[in-house]
Write a protein that binds this ligand. Sequence first.
Ligand code: G4P
Length: 539
Amino acid sequence: MLDPTAHHPAEAGADAADFTRRRTFAIISHPDAGKTTLTEKLLLASGAIRQAGQVKARGERRRTRSDWMEIEQQRGISVTSSVMTFERDGIVFNLLDTPGHSDFSEDTYRTLSAVDAAVMVIDAAKGIESQTRKLFEVCRLRDIPIFTFINKVDRESLDPVGLMDDIAATLALDLTPHTWPVGMGTDFRGIIDVPAKRALFAQERGGPLVHEVKFEDPIDLLGLDLPGVPERIVEEAVESLSLALGVLPPFDLESFREGHLSPVFFGSAIKEAGVGELLNGLGGFGPSPLPRNANGRVVEPAEANVSGFVFKVQANMDPNHRDRVAFVRLCSGVFKRGMKLFNAREKRHMAIANPIFFFAQERETVDEAVAGDIIGIPNHGMLRVGDTLSEGETIRFEGIPDFAPEILRRVLLADPMKSKQLAKALHDMAEEGVVQVLRPLTDPAPIVGVVGTLQLDVLASRLEKEYGVPIRYESVSFVTARWVTGERAEVERFVETSRSSIAQDRDDAAVYLARSQWVLDRAIEEWPKLKFVAVKERG
Ligand code: G4P
């Protein structure tokens, strides 16, 4: 057993306590709300990149479906951009990329299992959109604290108070203003940072926000002679801000940390307005790595021994090689290059010889990582999503689930001689988390399950290009799948009576394939001792 109170031996370099300086977060948004632009400006604001355009190029390349698949095949791009680590004022930020395409995949869910906070980017002209909402719901499942960034205030936008009301009502989330826009659209002239009691103004329409004014109360901004900022615009901003402060709850750290209250940052990523304030917020009151629940105990980030879990597995740069990189979120201890870690599922130690550390800048000296950090571990298929690594203790972290697939297809081979290759390829793809593979008891053709249709295209394309196994899909008469759990004898009895609707997943767990919602409801009613679950914890 780990001793949480054990003192870490005094060694040069990182200390487990360094985790308090880590902020591990993701940006969630609907496509086009400005995630790529904001990412780039965060990197710029931290000094991690020097010129705009480096992140942007990636955003553009994944605009269309086929472009996106090209990128997925040129794995290298996504491996290095999956995690961006940058530093400002002594705080190390680990920004995890959630896949940007509009289709939903399990990858997204799992990435959110590895963060401690999320920035929700909303287009000021559109409010909450479908994808934002879905991603938000995933964050809510884990009570992840949310920063709200209302972007594009330099464009014609909805009224700020109305926008906040709308978001609060749609998501059933409390909001509180943190920064406030001075004018929107062509009127946009500045940003008021409420808690910092300071405002930044442009000196001309469209100009950079260079003119700083300190205040005690936002009212103090009225009547000031601000060059290039018409009085009317300041008056309207102060009036709407006062209204918002009057009707909305004040900031409360506990409520924020529990995921109930979100501070709202108005800004314009493209104009770098409100971005520094957001970073200050993330660094200032964003959560550092939190304790994590594991089987029967809580793993504290300050514990001396290393633990972490694999939240994502990605094929490596060269599609012709089966190398993969497992992305591990560290939950405790100080990881050092060359360490041996224990894989609880395989009950084996593995030497981590060439871990990848992610820094936006060259940082050759970095070869240690603490809780909150992400390391990439190249391997030949030994690590799968959900695996836990430790220094010997068998730990299973909660919260890296499999989701019941919503789309099911039978996989048919173009060349029946290749069934062995297909089995291997599907096994690999399942380990990577690209799809779930179900083996029906009464049919030799495997069924693949996904939560978004784009995953089907990716699977077919990769099977052909990387494994030389062309396939086609056939629709099945099942509409949904559920894991069947309960007492072993009862599960076996159910499996025997429903054989033609049962498949096994990769862990040989029983999965019930239902032909309609009605059929599923009936099974639930007729088998009260069983559970038909849509989310299965891994490990
Ligand atoms: P995404 O990653 O969330 O999909 O969004 P992305 O950053 O790619 O931004 C989508 C579009 O919105 C881009 O325009 C981008 O320039 C624009 N945008 C992002 N932030 C702001 C902002 O604060 N203000 C304004 N006015 N526009 C913003 P595009 O026309 O698709 O690309 P581009 O031609 O501008 O490069």
